[in-house]
Design a protein around this ligand. Structure first.
Ligand SMILES: Cc1cc2nc3c(=O)[nH]c(=O)nc-3n(C[C@H](O)[C@H](O)[C@H](O)COP(=O)(O)O)c2cc1C
Length: 417
């Protein structure tokens, strides 16, 4: 039963991995308010590494105030972050796993007040409807600082012992917003044509590559679809074209996800049980202006129902997109989205839809999932309720489904006893 593609080795550029399941990025909310690594953050990663997960990708790290989403986010803004990050990579390496550092700029998808600033930047001043944020247009000088900042962040990661870097260009954050015509209405060299909209991502990639060197693994996270019907969102064919361009530039691997915040969070397809009530009582929604918070609370059951219709759960929900990238690229394609069962993962690999699968929520529920799948052991089982996502950026990343959490706590207590 253990001979399978899921548990067979693979390479991403120069990165040798023992198996094909990846921990997808999950915002930790476990650093200090100033972005320093804590024991609590290390403990979280160590559990997943103890479970044998071949590759772990961190939550998105910020590099300056405008790129930041929230307090307690992991930071890569100064060299003083390197010793803490090194403790993290060493802890993961002790268990034989590899770890990749995810870098990004949040763009317009964060509440400025919560992030500790007065406004947000984006390619163009297009309202972000889910949070009600109207960003200002980022200046050319600030764009240059983004390129430098991300390259510095990647290099700090390399110095801290990370096995690679992931450039987050998905989910509607700044790099993704530059690619998408709906959010990028610029008339300068960074907007308009395909080449112009790709310019920032290319500049970031080249700056990162120059800093980390030719052999250091650089992975891209990209949407397989923007899921923005009736708006000028990117379709799978546009995104495949971007990926081909990035492959030609030298990117070593690509992880496929989907959606912006205003696509109704299709990157987090789930059950949405009590989501809007939770997010406005204990999540980021508590930082919304009172009238917005009140209206979301009043409409919560209808909004939950709506998300269930638009962004309902199915296992391997990005596979149709991943398959298109796989057909067009030679570099390894990692597919995120709803994976939990060994059979579904094996099928995704054996049918050639992707080379690896990545898992976020099922590992939040069961950090030993990889080993459990290998050994055929039943662990705490995520039901994709999205209670973890509702608390994202406000509570430490963990399972907040009462029944599943109780099982997880029992499992971890017996494992440490
Ligand atoms: C609590 C939480 C935090 C997340 N934080 C990030 C992040 O920092 N960067 C990122 O690229 N994706 C983030 N994601 C999305 C996941 O990486 C993944 O793409 C998505 O959850 C789908 O995978 P899953 O169905 O296995 O959960 C987050 C997801 C959750 C649930």
């Amino acid at each position: 039963m253990t001979q399978s593609l899921l548990f067979s080795p693979i390479r991403i550029g120069s990165l040798d991995l023992s198996g094909r399941m990846v921990k997808s990025a999950t915002f930790e909310t476990r650093a200090t308010d100033n972005g320093f690594v804590t024991d609590e953050l290390i403990e979280y990663y160590e559990q997943i590494a103890r479970g044998g997960t071949p590759l772990l990708i961190t939550g998105n790290a910020y590099f300056d105030l405008y790129s930041k989403a929230a307090p307690r986010q992991i930071g890569a803004d100064h060299d003083d972050k390197i010793p803490g990050l090194r403790r993290l990579t060493e802890a993961v390496h002790r268990h034989g796993s590899k770890i990749v550092f995810q870098i990004y700029h949040v763009g317009r998808q964060a509440l400025p007040r919560f992030a500790g600033r007065t406004d947000a930047v984006s390619p163009s001043p297009v309202l972000e409807p889910s949070l009600g944020v109207r960003p200002r247009e980022i200046t050319s000088e600030e764009i240059r600082a983004v390129v430098r900042g991300l390259a510095d962040a990647a290099d700090r990661g390399r110095k801290a012992g990370f096995d690679g870097v992931q450039i987050h260009a998905a989910h509607g954050y700044l790099l993704s917003a530059f690619l998408t015509p709906h959010t990028n209405r610029r008339t300068d060299a960074y907007g308009g044509s395909f080449e112009n909209r790709m310019r920032l991502l290319l500049e970031v990639y080249r700056a990162v590559r120059e800093r980390v060197g030719p052999d250091y693994p650089v992975i891209l996270k990209l949407n397989g679809s923007d899921d923005l019907p009736l708006r000028r969102g990117l379709k799978p064919e546009d995104l495949v074209r971007i990926a081909r361009r990035m492959e030609a530039e030298g990117v070593d691997g690509i992880e496929i996800s989907a959606g912006h915040y205003e696509s109704a969070f299709t990157f987090e397809r789930g059950m949405w049980k009590g989501f809007f009530s939770a997010i406005t009582t204990v999540g980021v929604g508590t930082y919304l202006p009172w009238y917005r918070r009140l209206s979301v609370r009043l409409l919560a059951p209808a909004l939950d129902w709506g998300l269930g219709r638009i962004a309902g759960y199915r296992e391997g929900f990005n596979l149709p997109y991943a398959r298109r990238f796989k057909e067009a690229l030679r570099i390894p394609v990692i597919c995120a989205g709803g994976f939990i069962h060994r059979e579904a993962m094996e099928e995704a690999l054996t049918t050639g839809a992707c080379d690896m699968v990545s898992v976020a929520r099922a590992l939040i529920a069961d950090p030993f999932l990889y080993r459990h799948l290998k050994e055929g052991v039943e662990g705490p089982r995520c039901d994709f309720c999205n209670a973890c996502f509702a608390r994202g950026a406000t509570w430490p990343v963990d399972c907040y489904n009462e029944a599943v959490r109780a099982e997880k706590d029992r499992m971890l207590a017996s494992a440490s006893g």
